[in-house]
Design a binder for this molecule. Structure first.
Ligand SMILES: Nc1ncnc2c1ncn2[C@@H]1O[C@H](COP(=O)(O)OP(=O)(O)OP(=O)(O)O)[C@@H](O)[C@H]1O
Length: 550
């Protein structure tokens, strides 16, 4: 192209001369001089322009080019203006699936009456974190399934991906688009974009309030559980559990009431703490034997006080001190942070004297004692939260961790006392509404060839139930078995209380034998794992403890 222009340029003076034109170019000094053109810099451009101008077709091209440029500029300008105008009439909000608000909106959308007439929908059995529990949250039942208690998977109609859906909300036209956004090469999150034809944000707030209220109403009888997300150190709602009545947790007299009252008082005393310059935080350490009701009590208190539970798993892969601090600082006020088995993340008790190297060698992750302490009550620790920590190994915990200000209230859980056993029995076989609790709701087995004959459920009066309960409790040795074991035994005969009493002695013997066997196995494992006496030079060198126990 350039060589073509050069050729044209060298021929031009000849043509100009032939046409009788008089032009001065480059460094020519004489009118009519036709020296070769010196093309360089700006002069080169000017020359090119003159060359092109000399041709009629080139002029047309230039005009066309200029016209195109002007038209495109005008188009872009008009486009921007148009969208500015449109945007000023529309409110747009986006919701991402790793946030609670997304679930509110999805549940709200799936419940819109006109949504059921939509012609382009995604059919899903997912309930968006909302547990299906009553007719209002059941979604759509297929014909013939309504009223069938065995049909547990109602369907929900949801916006399909990509295609925008439009509908009306409180007299406002609304467009809803559901899409996906990649978070990394393997995973993506869903995004819901809602544009509402409205100038005021009020309609958006109305929509949010309505969807949140609907969602929360259906969750009134449940406790929401949050865990740490898979990619980042952020909180995700991982599900919910039905609220556990406080009286279903059987503890010694007044113990659970004391914890509940303390927690309730704390939640309501923000101003009290502020007035005294105290950090508004309270920690509870529930320690004792496994299966004695520690976790059950936390869930029960969360239900009583309407608090969500945020489970901190110290053993989570990749969680380090700064991640833990970040998580704790993001806990919302009036929530429960639950650290289960606070000792278990360390293979042995951490204490102040443990060096960093030792900690590293003995921990499964990178949480240090210092990191844990500063997460609990450091400068970034959130206010207004209740911390519950549980452990089976109280002695393994460092005094700094369990001092007042970090874990203020310590509650011991022991093996079942006779009082607990008796209460548990009554709770199992008697309901408080005064009707005899007995009758099984289970249907007979379908198979007629089965040799198993289902025992008949028993009916009993309150007096009979109380009598059996105290007889049962008297046969269970005090503080020998965990409540969870006794519950397991009762569950084997859940409709036959007198059978429970008949079999209790045999059960106690069986449990004792099993316990002895476990202890024997543990002792032999410990002895294999313990280092050999160095004076014993005959045998092979003993393996390190980790290998021996592996
Ligand atoms: N005190 C109790 N009252 C009623 N039920 C109990 C009690 N203790 C244990 N259970 C029952 O035993 C099971 C285990 O209880 P839970 O998980 O609360 O025990 P835990 O002390 O937290 O055990 P772990 O230390 O192993 O985590 C639950 O099903 C619970 O219903």
């Amino acid at each position: 192209m350039y060589s073509l222009i050069e050729r044209l340029a060298s021929q031009l003076p000849l043509q100009i001369a032939a046409n009788g034109l008089n032009m001065t170019m480059g460094n020519s000094t004489t009118p009519g001089n036709t020296e070769p053109i010196n093309i360089s810099g700006l002069t080169q451009l000017a020359t090119l322009w003159k060359i092109l101008s000399a041709f009629g077709v080139a002029q047309d091209w230039i005009k066309l080019f200029l016209l195109g440029t002007v038209l495109e500029t005008v188009r872009r300008f008009a486009y921007t203006i148009w969208y500015r105008i449109i945007d000023s009439f529309f409110l747009t909000a986006t919701f991402e699936s790793d946030d609670d608000a997304y679930s509110w909106l999805m549940v709200w959308v799936s419940r819109q009456p006109n949504w059921r007439k939509a012609r382009d929908v995604q059919v899903s059995t997912r309930s968006w974190g909302l547990e299906v529990q009553d007719n209002s949250t059941r979604g759509i039942m297929l014909p013939g399934e309504a009223g069938d208690p065995t049909s547990q998977r109602p369907l929900h109609l949801l916006p399909s991906f990509g295609l925008p859906q439009t509908f009306w909300y409180k007299g406002h036209w609304m467009r809803l688009t559901r899409s996906r956004r990649a978070v990394n090469e393997n995973d993506n999150i869903e995004v819901l974009t809602i544009s509402i034809l409205a100038r005021s944000q009020r309609v958006l707030y109305d929509l949010l309030t309505e969807s949140k209220r609907q969602y929360q109403e259906s969750e009134t009888h449940r406790v929401s559980i949050y865990t740490v997300g898979p990619y980042y150190n952020d909180w995700r709602r991982s599900g919910s559990r039905p609220k556990r009545p406080l009286d279903s947790v059987v503890l010694e007299h007044g113990l659970k009431e004391m914890v509940l009252h303390d927690a309730q008082e704390f939640i309501n005393s923000e101003a009290w703490y502020a007035a005294r310059g105290l950090p508004w935080r309270r920690g509870y350490l529930l320690y004792g034997v496994p299966g004695s009701g520690k976790t059950s009590l936390v869930f029960s208190i969360a239900g009583e006080l309407n608090l969500d539970i945020y489970v901190i798993n110290l053993g989570k892969r990749g969680l380090d001190d700064s991640g833990l601090t970040e998580l704790v600082s993001e806990l919302p006020p009036r929530s429960i942070a639950l650290i289960e088995e606070i000792d278990a993340v360390f293979t042995r008790g951490l204490n102040r004297e443990t060096s960093k190297e030792e900690e590293g060698a003995n921990t499964k992750n990178s949480i240090s004692l210092g990191g844990l302490l500063s997460a609990i009550d450091g400068i970034q620790a959130s206010e207004g939260r209740l911390l519950f920590a549980t452990t089976n190994n109280y002695n393994a915990l460092d005094p700094a961790l369990i001092r007042a200000g970090r874990l203020d209230v310590h509650v011991e859980f022991t093996e079942a006392t006779q009082f607990q056993v008796e209460e548990l029995f009554k709770r199992f076989f008697w309901v408080t509404d005064g009707t005899p609790k007995v009758v099984s709701d289970a249907k007979p087995l379908a198979s007629s060839t089965s040799r198993y004959v289902r025992p008949q459920p028993e009916e009993l009066t309150k007096e009979e139930c109380d009598r059996l309960a105290s007889e049962f409790a008297a046969r269970i040795p005090n503080r020998e078995f965990a409540m969870s074991s006794i519950q397991g035994f009762l569950l084997m005969h859940k409709y036959r209380p007198s059978q429970v009493v008949k079999e209790v002695d045999a059960w106690v013997e069986k449990e004792r034998a099993a316990k002895r066997e476990r202890e024997r196995a543990k002792a032999s494992q410990d002895s294999k794992g313990s280092p050999k006496d160095p004076s014993d030079s005959k045998g092979p060198p003993s393996p390190p403890p980790e290998e021996a126990t592996a």
